[in-house]
Design a protein around this ligand. Structure first.
Ligand code: ADP
Ligand code: MG
Length: 351
């Protein structure tokens, strides 16, 4: 097992700066998820840790060893990709053991390793099949098995579940977590799906345009997003963000109405953005006058899309709610749960 230390790591493709000066520490046995929009550099960073991509600057260490110039096969890292890249003509057992056979590991050791992996991954009954005879979820488990038998000190996952349907994804998510608990191997798991990132991680690292925006526990990122980007990215439906100008400690809207604003760190005339999660807005007799734009029942909750003073917000309520578009409604904010940002810098105004 091993920790990972990343210091000032950069990746440039010619003039393009893809990874900009990243510092990251992953503790031994930790499970971190690396999340961010498509193209922000997640795969590139992961491939640099694996050694599949040269780094343009900085240092990467695994355990106490600086691995900048260590070949991928000597880094003792296993990577699971989105495309499982199984050999179609080989059985499941041969696919799982391929890496070991290439390393000329003894046959009885290979056999034992395959049996152990198959037991953990529930593949015992499928060892003689070929990939073409497996479901997507089963193929994904074979790819996991191939990584597992190498008993690496570090697991790297690059969106391994994106090809699976929603139900299977939820199931595999739980299996990968349980596997991590059993094996205790340090893991870095890349996803663009914030729900996957939230549910799987000890710690989430949010990336944006080649930089780390914020890192912390799922609860920390949800409750105290440091930037507008994280506020909008983590949580579904996303946080309502209402921008305006600060006046007398309140957020002034275009039509002269105002909203409470929580930040003492802001000054009059400053361009600021108020953030409020859908579950912290509810209909109330004393609330702000608004009108219903649409009502979306999700089963558990009902989403109320509403508009006031040229602003559209989503409220999420527990009880069933029916209203035609255009129906007047009054909305109250849970003022203890307001977020505040500087619109220009995107930084939080709440320390
Ligand atoms: P993610 O995995 O977060 O979706 P990637 O790490 O795959 O993002 O890519 C990050 C950025 O680097 C993208 O804008 C992509 O177009 C660019 N990129 C990736 N590989 C190359 C390359 N070989 N040459 C130039 N640009 C690249
Ligand atoms: Mg990627």
């Amino acid at each position: 097992m091993a920790s990972v230390t990343i210091r000032g790591v950069r990746k440039d493709y010619g003039p393009l700066r893809i990874i900009r000066d990243i510092d990251l520490d992953v503790a031994d046995r930790e499970f971190i998820t690396l999340v961010g929009p498509s193209g922000c550099g997640k795969s590139t960073l992961l491939r640099m840790i694996a050694g599949l991509e040269k780094i343009s600057g900085g240092d990467i260490s695994i355990g106490s060893e600086r691995v900048n110039d260590v070949a991928p096969m000597h880094r003792d890292v296993a990577m699971v990709f989105q495309s499982y890249a199984l050999y179609p003509h080989m059985t499941v057992a041969d696919n799982i053991s391929f890496g070991l056979r290439m390393r000329h590991v003894m046959a009885d050791k290979i056999e034992a390793a395959v049996q152990r992996a198959a037991a953990v991954l529930n593949l015992d009954q499928l060892l003689k099949r070929r990939p073409g005879q497996l479901s997507g979820g089963q193929r994904q488990r074979v790819a996991m098995g191939r990584a597992m038998v190498r008993n690496p000190r570090l697991f790297l996952f690059d969106e391994p579940l994106s090809n699976l349907d929603a139900k299977l994804r939820v199931q595999m998510r739980a299996e990968i977590k349980a596997l991590h608990r059993r094996l205790g191997s340090t893991s870095i798991y890349v996803t663009h799906d914030q729900v996957e990132a939230m549910t799987m991680a000890d710690r989430i690292v949010v990336m944006n345009q080649g930089r780390i925006e914020q890192q912390g526990t799922p609860e920390m990122l949800y409750d105290r997003p440091a930037t507008l980007f994280v506020a909008g990215f983590i949580g579904s439906p996303s946080m309502n963000l209402i921008s305006g100008i600060l006046h007398d400690g309140h957020l002034g809207l275009q039509d002269g109405s105002w909203l409470p604003f929580p930040a003492s760190m802001a000054v009059d005339g400053q361009a600021v953005t108020l953030g409020i999660r859908p579950e912290d807005i509810h209909p109330a007799a004393y609330g702000i006058a608004a009108e219903v734009v649409d009502v979306e029942p999700t089963g558990v909750d009902t989403l109320l899309l509403c508009r006031f003073a040229g602003v559209q917000v989503t409220a999420s309520v527990r009880e069933r709610y029916r209203a035609a578009p255009g129906t007047p409604i009054r909305l109250a904010f849970n003022t203890g749960k307001l977020h505040a940002f500087d619109t220009t810098t995107g930084r939080t105004l709440i320390d």
